[in-house]
Design a protein. Structure first.
Length: 226
């Protein structure tokens, strides 16, 4: 696993010395050597590399990476440009269109959000191929909780967007009065109609940021250039 850099490295360095992380590192290394694991090893920390801690404006919390070939690349809900858009992301795009009028793109590559300060963080950062949640309970939850706690401690306005029960369970960690917490059902086709549609997270995020003197996020996903 490639190391973290900058403020993330400083904020999380204490985790690397803990027993759970040493065990996690050995487990993940063995998994990559024996079975197919996603995302590719050099993309496990993509969310941290694209969104430095001091640039975070909003956090979207997912569960674990997509488990089919070619999908996961280290950002929750995002897939690589040539991969079919998954159903949950299709619903995110529908809400984005209804909320802000954004054009629905032809791909599911969310790096433009990450580069603007949207931390797209799964609570579990790896998964065995075709076995969802197979790497839950091996240490990733503790590590990503530390990352969420580091964001919570930031002394500036940040929006936490919590979709679905697992993400909403993190709300108990978020006690900084400077932040805004937005909760809604998961965008999965199984639950999106229970309140995800119409929740307007994108406009609410930008309104909050602008009210606190922070530049808003351009949520429009650009089309890929040929």
């Amino acid at each position: 696993m490639p190391g973290l850099t900058g403020e993330w490295k400083e904020a999380l360095k204490g985790e690397f010395a803990k027993d759970y992380y040493r065990e996690l590192f050995l487990f993940i290394r063995e998994q990559y050597s024996k079975v197919q694991v996603f995302p590719p090893a050099d993309e496990i920390f993509t969310a941290f590399h694209l969104t430095p801690l001091n640039k975070v404006k909003a956090v979207i919390i997912g569960q674990d990476p997509y488990h089919n070939v070619g999908q996961a690349h280290g950002l929750c809900f995002s897939v690589k440009p040539d991969v079919e858009i998954p159903p949950s992301l299709q619903n995110i795009y529908k809400e984005l269109h209804d909320d802000l009028g954004c054009t629905i793109p032809s791909h599911g590559y969310l790096t433009s959000w990450a580069e603007q300060g949207v931390l797209l963080l799964n609570t579990v950062l790896t998964v065995q191929a075709h076995k969802p949640m197979s790497h839950r309970g091996v240490g990733w939850d503790e590590f990503t909780d530390a990352a969420i706690a580091a964001v919570n401690q930031q002394d500036r306005p940040i929006v936490f967007i919590l979709w679905g029960k697992p993400a909403q369970e993190k709300a108990s960690m978020l006690n900084n009065p400077k932040h805004l917490i937005l909760k809604a059902p998961h965008p999965s086709p199984l639950s999106a109609y229970r309140g995800f549609f119409g929740s307007r997270p994108f406009s609410q995020t930008n309104t909050f940021l602008e009210q606190h003197g922070v530049s808003p996020i351009n949520w429009q996903i650009p089309e890929m250039r040929e």
